[in-house]
Design a protein around this ligand. Structure first.
Ligand code: IPM
Ligand code: MG
Length: 406
């Protein structure tokens, strides 16, 4: 039987083998690049720090504009002193991307590479059946092109005792060869998942470092290593190795299926603190976690690499809201949260903390201006104004502490 198949499909098998060979070479090259351990960028030594603002599409430009206004408000002095400049990067829209058939048009990628930090609105990801060509996601391409290997997604629900920070691996796993699967015959489809020792190590180390620096005594590693033995198995064994260097940090490991259950288990969930996991599991669990916090519209994400960092909402571009004329009612909280993460990452820690507290007051505690996504709620602009007013309040810290104590 197999000999007969080998003969019948000899062309297809050869094509698949060649395809695989090319992927192996490409990934070996990526490993070599990762081995050249670059240094982390030091923002305190850079002048000016260039913040690129990319609106994206759908509701992206609307919520991104509001986050940018808040950032400019907080960085007014730094802009005046020439320490920070904002730069608009236009054109990362689905229409433009479709026109050139690329996830990120070349000239936009070039512009992005001239920045240090990027604030990015959601970008539409085409899928089968859309009017758009089925090009790769701009997010995924940007993460790969700028080597933004850590997707850091905090989720906090104080009244449920939830204080999680997810460290989602962002450049490999099921994503790195996402558009490079192969239909061997009309009946047989393959996709590929890749984990490398270097890729696993850098994200796991970042998670443990974060735990150590913030006096958090718990890291949880999530895989499906009982079934996906080779790649997830490597991720887990790298975690075992790295954990040895952090004897003061306790760690445990869970499979992704039971982990998704435990996130909604009131008896267990408050014990999780720092969670590190491969790309696709991180994608899925962080949507679940964000929903517990109040929806994906409430969560922001940092995409961090050694040279570049990009800050975004975790949700999509919501084209339906635009079609229905509701774009101005879109909730900018996720992008403003991303802006706070940008400030913290760039070393403006006090400003980041003030913004986080103002957001807690506006979106969780006081809620004087409420965005619902519809015309019965406030506009994103009104909400951003509310955040800035709250930031101006000299009693902000006190106010926040009073609420947080309750
Ligand atoms: C996210 C999004 C993206 C992802 C999509 C838009 C490609 O869901 O940032 O979580 O899967 O990473
Ligand atoms: Mg997602």
């Amino acid at each position: 039987m197999t000999e007969e198949l080998r003969e019948r499909y000899s062309k297809e098998i050869e094509r698949a083998s060649d395809h695989f060979e090319n992927l192996v070479v490409e990934q070996l090259a990526r490993v070599e690049r990762m081995k050249k351990d670059d240094n982390w960028i030091d923002y305190s030594k850079i002048k000016p720090i260039i913040i690129g603002v990319v609106g994206g599409d759908g509701i992206g430009p609307h919520i991104c504009r509001e986050a940018r206004r808040v950032l400019e408000f907080l960085l007014q002095k730094e802009v005046e002193d020439g320490k920070v400049v904002f730069r608009d990067i236009e054109g990362l829209t689905i229409e433009n991307r479709a026109k050139v058939g690329k996830a990120i048009p070349d000239e936009i990628l070039e512009e992005l590479k001239k920045c240090h930090l990027i604030l990015k609105g959601p970008t539409t990801t085409p899928r089968k059946g859309d009017p758009w060509p089925n090009i790769e996601s701009a997010n995924v391409a940007m993460r790969r092109e700028l080597d933004l290997f850590a997707n850091v997604r905090p989720v906090k629900v104080p009244e449920l005792g939830i204080d999680w920070v997810f460290f989602r691996e962002n450049t490999e796993g099921a994503y790195v060869l996402g558009p490079k699967g192969i239909m061997v015959t009309d009946d047989l489809a393959f996709d590929f998942k890749v984990i490398t020792r270097q890729g696993a190590e850098r994200i796991i180390r970042l998670a443990f470092d974060y735990a150590r620096k913030n006096n958090i005594n718990k890291v949880t590693v999530v895989t499906k290593a009982n079934v996906v033995k080779t790649t997830d198995g490597l991720f887990l064994s790298v975690a075992e190795e790295v954990a040895k260097e952090y004897p003061e940090v306790e760690w445990d490991d869970w499979y992704v299926d039971i982990m998704s259950a435990k996130l909604i288990d009131p008896a267990r969930r408050s014990q999780f603190r720092v969670i590190v996991l491969p790309n696709l599991y991180g994608d899925i669990l962080t949507d679940e976690a964000a929903q517990i916090q109040g929806g994906v519209g409430t969560a922001g994400a940092a995409n961090i690499g050694k040279r570049y960092a990009m800050f975004e909402a975790i949700h999509g571009s919501a084209p339906r809201m635009v079609q229905e004329g509701r774009a101005k009612y879109a909730d900018p909280s996720s992008m403003i949260k991303a802006a706070a993460m940008l400030l913290r990452h760039a070393g403006f820690v006090d400003k980041a903390e003030r913004l986080e507290k103002a957001l807690d007051i506006c979106a969780i505690y006081e809620r004087r201006v409420v965005v619902t996504g519809r015309s019965d709620g406030a506009t994103g602009e009104e909400f951003a104004n509310y955040v800035m007013e709250t930031l101006k309040d000299p009693e902000l810290e006190k106010k926040w502490e009073n609420y947080a104590k309750k």
